[in-house]
Design a protein around this ligand. Sequence first.
Ligand SMILES: NC(=O)c1ccc[n+]([C@@H]2O[C@H](COP(=O)([O-])OP(=O)(O)OC[C@H]3O[C@@H](n4cnc5c(N)ncnc54)[C@H](OP(=O)(O)O)[C@@H]3O)[C@@H](O)[C@H]2O)c1
Ligand SMILES: [Zn+2]
Ligand SMILES: [Zn+2]
Length: 478
Amino acid sequence: MFRNPRSVQVKREKIQRMSHFVVEIQRLVSDQMEQTISRTNDLDDASKPPLYIPESSESDRVPQEHQRIPRSQVIAFIALTFTLDFSSYSFRSYSSGSCLPNSTMAAELGHGNCLAWAARNETGTLSPYRFDRRTVGAGDISLKIKYCGVCFADVVWTRNKHGDSMYPLVPGHEIVGVVTATGSNVEGFKVGDHVGVGTYVNSCRNCEYCDDFLEVFCSKGATLTFNGLDSDGTVTKGGYSSFIVVHERQVFRELSISIIMYQILDIQYCYKIPDGYPLDKAAPLLCAGITVYSPMMRHKMNQPGKSLGVIGLGGLGHMAVKFGKAFGLKVTVFSTSESKKEEALNLLRADNFVISSDKQQMMSLMKSLDYIIDTASGDHPFDPYMSLLKVGGVLVLVGFPSEVRLLPISLNMGAKSISGSMTGGTKETQEMLNFCASNQVYPEVEVINIQYINEALERLIKRDVKYRFVIDIANSLN
Ligand SMILES: NC(=O)c1ccc[n+]([C@@H]2O[C@H](COP(=O)([O-])OP(=O)(O)OC[C@H]3O[C@@H](n4cnc5c(N)ncnc54)[C@H](OP(=O)(O)O)[C@@H]3O)[C@@H](O)[C@H]2O)c1
Ligand SMILES: [Zn+2]
Ligand SMILES: [Zn+2]
């Protein structure tokens, strides 16, 4: 009998998918039982007190039955004759004894499996330090860190500017490395992959924001990459270190009567660096890049021909200029540093460069901008910038001045708005990395050795960086 090779191939693929599914179900059932037992014995991540949550409480939690199913990526519908409910199920990893109090004490004395540089007090001076990272759990990935970007946040927390720094403090949340080990449940990564880790390494995975892949706004507080509380109760330590262990997030959801809808969401707390993207240049994307890309997309700034103002030409600011140009915007830089003018125009291809203290230059731009992204790390007036916006224009604040003070008329006249933003979710972070690779968007970096870090942080404060320091961890931390 004649058999169409294509239909044979399709059938074969269907059978393969079915058998894969059955294996998957078996794994789900056994994991569900195992994790249920673990969850009743140990409190899970979400129930541990988070560090940066303003006022979260038990009552903030969304009951499981009310949680929404994310909209995207339903992978398979398969008919079965039984009912199971794995809704809002997510894998968690459990760490071994390496983070018990004994080992923490030992780490304080300078022992441990991970070499790092840490600040010990509010002077913020960094020096070598050893501590223990947890062993790789079933849902974990371990990566050897190659590069780590130096964000202004590293200055803020090493010097305890927010009053919540926990010493010894290992900063760094623009991490790029190579996978060296994966847990048995990890599917999205393999040894040798180039990956990045950004500003957070975990979240509750059950709230409306986690469901929408906006984990950075997690109701229970995302676990920050450094100076946060990890699932095992230890204080997280960042990328000025030789390796890091992070969670992969796989989500399986919703099985119902006779129809099984199961879904694997390929979402992680670490990201794939696209093939061929230089690893040193990838590092700044994990914080500076996503912090400006996220609000630019949210406020639909990717409309060619519109005009964007960027306040402050540092790590975040220069990425805003790069994205602005990639989106086809007319970009004006507002800077306090005359020395950045030539590069802003010729290297970053900004259309206009204005020294913000020059009133005449500022006046000439009245009501000319559709959007402004404010990345300045220090205090500055807001009213002069609001007057540069067109009717309906928006200023997005991503920097952290000590206060935001402006006249009501600056908003009312012209129906303008001011909005904030905070890094970005896992999905949009991966999207941003892919965008940079496809559109040849590369940060400008000054690669340094870890031994230079104290000078680099001083230079950052003096606005003397073009435009992101990136530490060559692999070649200098040893
Ligand atoms: N929202 C978030 O999620 C997020 C994420 C990362 C960082 N941040 C914050 O964003 C800000 C920028 O971070 P970054 O890493 O890009 O810092 P950065 O590399 O040091 O750049 C900041 C730039 O702001 C300008 N600036 C500094 N002080 C100023 C002042 N008083 N008035 C006007 N401009 C001033 C300088 O640019 P010019 O020399 O051109 O004037 C400076 O280079 C920081 O406050 C940081 O904490 C926020
Ligand atoms: Zn940062
Ligand atoms: Zn959450």
